[in-house]
Write a protein that binds this ligand. Structure first.
Ligand code: FAD
Length: 413
C-alpha cells in the first residue's frame, strides 16, 4: 500500500546514530520520523535478556572512552546502572595456557608495534599495518592478528595505519549492567519509529526528498541516512540520482567481522570472575573468552576476522562446537559438562547490517569525511563509519547522528 506523509526530516536506520539524530530533532521541535528495516530498534546495539540479572550484549557492550561518551552520561539519568569495574583485558589473562612471562613478552612487542603505528601515521603515505611487524617479532604475529580481528574486525594486513591511528580512545571503559543495547533502545522509546520499514530508494532530485519504503512513499524536506557502510556499499539502499562518490567511500570503509557467543555456566563458582582466557596463543583463528563478565554465570566468547565470518557462515552450532572445543583445550574436557549454549550473534548475515564495525582500506582513511559530507541541503549522513576519531563505536555513532541532526536543522532554517 502506498501513502504520502509530509514530515520535516526522515531518519533512515534506528541504530545508535539514527536514534541520536531523531532524539536531537525531536528536542528542537521539528517533525521527524525514524524508519527502521528490522523489527526492533538498536541495530548493532542489541541486548538479550537471558534470565533475571543476566543481560547479554550481542553487539556493543563497552562504553569506550566512557569519560567522554554521550551514552555514558545518559546511563544513570535514564535509570540504568553503570559498572565501572576494570575490563578483563586490562589484567593478565589466565596463565594455564599463557605463562605470565610470555604475556609480558607479548605485551612489550604489542606496545612497540603500536608506537611504530602511531609514528608511521605521521608520514605522508599510508601503510599496511602488518608491514610494521618486524622480522624478530614474527613469533607474535598470530596473537597480534587475533587482536586485530577483535579490534578491527580484520587482520593487520587489511588495516590502514592512518585509519588505525585516527581512532583516539581514552582509557575509561565502563558497562551498563542492564546492557548497552537496552540503554540505546530505551533512548528511542518516545520517538516516532516505524519498524519493519526498509527504505529501498531515496529520490533527492526535487526540492525535498521522497523515500520509497515497504510501507509506501514518504516525502520530507531532508533525510538523514544512518545505515552501515556495507549496506550502502552493497546498494541495499539506492539513491536517485545515484551517488557514486558515497558508494565508493562506503566501499572503502567495509565492516569487518566480529561475532560473540555466550555459554551458560552450570557451576559458575568454579570459575573466576572477570578473567580473560585465550583459546590458543599460536594462531590468529582463536577466540578470546571472558569468564563471568560482571560476575554473571556465563562465558563470553569473542571471535574476529576470518574466523568470525567462517563460524557464522557455517551451520548453526558451529560456533558452539568451536567454543567448547577451545575451552576443553584450556580447562580439560570436564568443562564440556559445565557449559551450555546461551546466545550467539550473526551480524555478517544480517541483511540490514552485514558485519561488525568499519575499518578503512589502506590509503582510504579520507573516505570517512567523504561519507559524512552532506549532499546539497537535504541528504545528511551518519553512522559509526562517518566518525573521524570514534568510528567503530556506539558513542562515535551517537556523535555523528547528533551532528547530522544539527546540520539538517541549520539547512531547514
Ligand atoms: C560484536 C560487536 C561488538 C561491539 N562492541 C562494541 C563495544 O563494546 N563498544 C562500542 O562502542 N561499540 C561496539 N560495537 C560497535 C557498535 O555496536 C556500532 O559501532 C554501533 O552500534 C553502530 O551504530 P550505527 O547507528 O552506526 O549503525 P547500525 O547499528 O548498523 O544501525 C543502522 C540501522 O539501519 C537499519 N537499516 C539498514 N538498512 C536499512 C534500510 N534500507 N531502511 C531502514 N533501515 C535500515 C539497520 O537495521 C540498523 O538498525 C560492537 C559491534 C559488534 C558487532
Amino acid at each position: 500500500m502506498s501513502g504520502s506523509h509530509a514530515v520535516d526530516v526522515v531518519v533512515v536506520g534506528a541504530g545508535a546514530a539514527g536514534i541520536a539524530a531523531a532524539a536531537r530533532l525531536k528536542r528542537s521541535g521539528v517533525s521527524a520520523v525514524l524508519l527502521e528495516a528490522a523489527d526492533r530498534v538498536g541495530g548493532r546495539a542489541h541486548t538479550v535478556s537471558a534470565s533475571p540479572g543476566v543481560a547479554i550484549d550481542l553487539g556493543c557492550g563497552w562504553l569506550h572512552s566512557a569519560d567522554q561518551n554521550p551514552w555514558a552520561a545518559l546511563v544513570e539519568p535514564m535509570g540504568f546502572t553503570l559498572d565501572r569495574s576494570a575490563p578483563a583485558w586490562t589484567k593478565p589473562a589466565m596463565t594455564v595456557n599463557f605463562p605470565l612471562a610470555e604475556q609480558a613478552a607479548y605485551h612489550t612487542v604489542f606496545q612497540a608495534f603500536e608506537d611504530r603505528l602511531q609514528q608511521a601515521a605521521e608520514g605522508e603515505t599510508d601503510l599496511v599495518a602488518s608491514s610494521l611487524i618486524r622480522e624478530d617479532e614474527r613469533r607474535w604475529a598470530p596473537l597480534l592478528n587475533a587482536f586485530s580481528g577483535y579490534y578491527n574486525g580484520a587482520p593487520f594486513d587489511q588495516i590502514s595505519v592512518k585509519d588505525y591511528a585516527a581512532y583516539q580512545p581514552t582509557d575509561e571503559n565502563w558497562r551498563v549492567r542492564e546492557g548497552y543495547g537496552a540503554l540505546i533502545s530505551a533512548y528511542a522509546a518516545d520517538l516516532d519509529v516505524r519498524l519493519s520499514t526498509p527504505v529501498a530508494r531515496i529520490d533527492h532530485g526535487g526540492p525535498g526528498v521522497r523515500l520509497e519504503t515497504a510501507g509506501g512513499v514518504i516525502a520530507a524536506r531532508a533525510a538523514i541516512i544512518a545505515v552501515s557502510s556495507t549496506v550502502l556499499a552493497e546498494r541495499r539502499l539506492a539513491f536517485d540520482p545515484p551517488l557514486p562518490d558515497k558508494r565508493d567511500a562506503a566501499a572503502a570503509l567495509p565492516l569487518g567481522h566480529v561475532e560473540k557467543a555466550f555459554l551458560k555456566l552450570r557451576r559458575p563458582d568454579d570459575f573466576p570472575v572477570e578473567t580473560m582466557v585465550r583459546g590458543r596463543t599460536d594462531t590468529a583463528d582463536t577466540g578470546g573468552y571472558t569468564l563471568r563478565p560482571m560476575g554473571m554465570p556465563v562465558i563470553e566468547g569473542f571471535y574476529g576476522g576470518a574466523l568470525a565470518a567462517a563460524l557464522e557462515m557455517e551451520a548453526q552450532g558451529a560456533v558452539w562446537a568451536f567454543a567448547i572445543d577451545e575451552l576443553a583445550g584450556v580447562f580439560g574436557s570436564d568443562v564440556r559438562r559445565q557449559v551450555e549454549p546461551l546466545a550467539a550473534s550473526a551480524w555478517r548475515t544480517d541483511p540490514f547490517i552485514r558485519g561488525a564495525y568499519s575499518h578503512a582500506r589502506v590509503g582510504r582513511s579520507g573516505a570517512r569525511a567523504v561519507l559524512a559530507a552532506p549532499v546539497a541541503d537535504r541528504l545528511f549522513f551518519a553512522g559509526e563509519a562517518c566518525s573521524p576519531h570514534a568510528f567503530s563505536t556506539a558513542h562515535g555513532a551517537f556523535e555523528t547522528g547528533a551532528a547530522a541532526a544539527e546540520a539538517a536543522l541549520a539547512a531547514l532554517k
